[in-house]
Design a protein around this ligand. Structure first.
Ligand code: NDP
Ligand code: ZN
Length: 413
């Protein structure tokens, strides 16, 4: 805690200088050095000073983090640069980055081409250290979050309706492993790093009273579950279920309990039964003990599936009531996609099954405000920013051994 405070004080102090830079003042005396990326040991203090200098000179921003170099859970330290801080951009010093199961899929190329070196990470919480001259939403020293997107066309119907993840001009720029059409087509690099530069429009305001160590996973796991729960209008008294009780699943549980619904959980082991009860879950089912839930037909108003591997979607479908809704957010690899039995669907109770992809900027902001105001945070295990800790975490996430989200403390870089 003490460390955090002194760090924030440092950032606040340096912020004034950066604010000056953004306002066109000279750089005199920033950190008193003339750093050069090639000469300097890239520890976090030097990096910060180097970045401030780069901002003032309109240069590319040096960044240091962890990258996958192939389809293996073997990330290694990696230095690279990001595009300069433009007039509408902000520079965020990353404090914490969550490890999402999507990061594991993307490293393996489960959902499409993987470009290496790949710096994963789309659950980012940090502090603003520089702002471009047109920026109005943030000031230096503010907390900011970044989720799965950093830009989109802003002109199509989807973007105008706040669904930037579905940009009809195919210009959604995802936070990593994505073609940044707004910056010469360079490959984006994610949050397992000390900083990020992005358009202020895609950065999320995080209240200053937030428990910042636990904010990062909200930016993906939070909004991905919050959004369909909102679309399906989950409410008090309803019976609902969460299939897959991991990073996303436990956020779905917390949101639906906060809305007054009666929540059941399906997972592959009994390991998280206690944690579920503590969160207020009414019934916990181990999918490997099917006798325990064989009578659950037409039971639920809403089901959300976060399962990342192959599973029987028809089993859940039958558990929906008349007009019940099921949101699918889990993204198994293409080879493991579950398939729906069309006959069962048509002959049964007008059940609705839909998919949902993260959430647009507006609903992400709404989710952050709701979560902080209602004290809803993920359960996190904070690890150090070293490749061995990150790779160990990947192995454990792959086996479902984490309760419930790993967060990398990027300050330990
Ligand atoms: P986690 O690994 O944290 O959680 C997955 C959970 O699913 C684990 O608890 C695991 O259980 C459980 N599980 C695995 N197989 C089954 C099964 N057959 N039946 C029931 N439960 C099962 O992953 P995340 O929550 O981070 O991500 C989940 C999925 O959501 C991933 O595929 C990810 O890519 C996707 N995702 C989708 C997004 C979207 O926009 N649609 C956004 C973000 C993520 P156990 O502990 O027993 O192994
Ligand atoms: Zn994610």
């Amino acid at each position: 805690m003490k460390n955090n405070n002194s760090r924030r004080k440092f950032i606040k102090d340096s912020a004034k200088v950066v604010g000056g830079i953004a306002g066109g003042m000279a750089l005199a005396g920033v950190a008193g050095t003339n750093l050069n990326a090639n000469q300097t040991k890239l520890d976090s203090k030097n990096l910060r000073a180097l970045n401030l200098q780069e901002v003032s000179e309109g240069k590319r921003i040096t960044s240091s983090g962890f990258a996958a170099f192939g389809p293996k859970y073997e990330l290694k330290a990696h230095s690279f640069t990001r595009h300069p801080v433009g007039d509408n951009d902000i520079l965020i010093e990353i404090l914490y980055a969550g490890i999402c199961h999507s990061d594991l899929h993307t490293v393996l190329g489960d959902h499409g081409e993987a470009k290496y070196p790949m710096v994963p990470g789309h659950e980012i919480a940090g502090v603003v250290t520089a702002v471009g001259k047109n920026v109005s939403k943030f000031k230096v020293g503010d907390y900011a979050g970044v989720g799965c997107m950093v830009n989109s066309c802003g002109e199509c119907e989807m973007c105008k309706n706040g669904e930037q993840q579905f940009c009809q001009n195919a210009k959604t720029v995802f936070t990593y492993n994505s073609n940044d059409v707004f910056h010469g087509g360079e490959n984006t690099m994610g949050g397992y790093s000390n900083n990020i530069v992005l358009s202020e429009k895609f950065a999320i305001k995080v209240p200053q009273n937030a428990k910042i160590e636990r904010v990062a996973p909200l930016l993906c796991a939070g909004v991905t579950t919050f959004a369909p729960i909102k679309y399906s209008k989950v409410k008090r008294g309803q019976k609902v279920a969460v299939a897959g009780f991991g990073g996303l699943g436990h956020m779905a549980v917390k949101y639906m309990i906060s809305l007054g619904a009666e929540v059941s959980v399906f997972d592959t082991t009994d390991d998280k039964r206690k944690a579920a009860q503590k969160m207020g879950v009414k019934r916990y089912f181990n999918v490997n003990k099917p006798k325990d839930f064989e009578n659950l037909s037409s039971e639920f108003d809403f089901i959300i599936s976060t399962i990342p591997y192959k599973y029987d979607i028809n089993m859940y479908q039958k558990m929906l009531k008349l007009d019940g809704e099921m949101a699918i957010v889990g993204l198994p690899s293409h080879a493991d996609n579950p398939s729906l039995d069309g006959n069962t669907t048509i002959w049964n109770f007008r059940r609705k099954i839909y998919s949902s992809l993260i959430g647009g900027v507006e609903i992400t902001q709404e989710m952050i405000d709701y979560s902080i105001a209602n004290n809803i945070y993920p359960d996190v295990e904070v690890i150090k920013a070293t490749s061995s800790e990150i790779n160990k975490a990947y192995q454990r996430v792959a086996k479902g051994e984490v309760q419930f989200r790993y967060v990398i403390d990027m300050k330990t870089l």
